[in-house]
Design a protein around this ligand. Sequence first.
Ligand code: GLY
Ligand code: MN
Ligand code: MN
Length: 423
Amino acid sequence: MARADRALAAAGYDGLIVASGSLRCQYLDDSSYPFKPNPQYQAWIPAPTPDSFVLYRPGRQPRLVFHQPVDYWFLSPSLPDGSWAAAFDLQVVRDPGQLRRQPELASGRWAVLGEPGAATAGIGDHDPPAVVLPLDYARAVKTSYEIECMARASAAGARAHRAAAAAFADGASEYEVHIAYCMAILAREEELPYNNIVAFGSHAAILHYQHLERSRPPGVRSFLLDAGARHAGYCSDITRTHVASDDRFAALVADLDAAQQRLTSLVRPGTDYRDLHLAAHREIAGVLVRAGLVRGDPLEAVATGVTSVFFPHGIGHLLGIQVHDVGGLMAGPDGGTRPRPEGHPALRLTRELQPGMVVTIEPGVYLIDSLLAAAAADERRHWIEWQLVEELKPCGGIRIEDDVVAQDGAPRNLTREAFATGR
Ligand code: GLY
Ligand code: MN
Ligand code: MN
């Protein structure tokens, strides 16, 4: 409410309507896609349901215009009963069009957030940047309530990761590992924050590998799992890379893990996240040289772009209601862009860290055919130990990803905490 008060006052609006969003049907069909609520609505309502609205005027109790249709095809949502529900003036409607009957809407200037729909058409200004931008910018800094939600999402994610690792050790396929993950936390796929990345062997070289092979090929040497969970809408985003035997690849995983922990210690108020990304390139250069994948001086390997062959994505991003939370590149609450460092087009976060920001730290080392082929065709080929590249290619790649809170003093690593306490 405080964030909305500031945004509405600065932009000259009298009130805010936030739409939860509607179910959408598949083309030429009557079955719907899973409901994915408007994240701006999720920021107000822990348990979103379709075609509902938050109606807020500064200084008044927020109203929840709750759509509860009379329906015998589908189960209508039950009235909210969480402790949060008492904060709202609840108004139940049978038809979303009844939003228009709210007496407040007869006057004043209204900002409407959410996808356009019949219920809000013509009521006010849709997604005015003067309101949306400061809200997006503010969402980067989490309240203690939000951090607790993310700690619980991390706990669920760690529990499911453990079950998935055990299934892998038992000989399961990618698909069976995925099912073990969902079973451990009783999650439906559509409730996960993103599609699980369950990548055996060379599949780990595809950053967002999206398939789930039903059978397990023989001789799998490695397993990358990038998978999270949600609590009250808030996400965790966790990656672990497992090895089947104690070989050179296992040593590389252990060295990258140590580098990852040094990088997480840099998550502190005042750190420019762009510097953290550049520090990651230096750390990864050291890992590559120690492994023998890259020859020569690590700092020169960074300068010549050799590290980007093995690590082509950003060191991380803001995390919250969205896995890649909004506002990562904003220059300030009124918008503008804080540029990425030259030569780093994939970085999703360029802001200076503040207390309460939650970010991921996810360094990786991958053996990606297309990037290696490009390097082989220019001067970078002299830096790379090609025989070792071929030896490690069947392992695909490594990513190690934790969710970390910037705060005064040492950072809080929600992921390591969850794995350590097993709560
Ligand atoms: N799971 C997507 C990411 O790590 O950004
Ligand atoms: Mn991530
Ligand atoms: Mn991830």
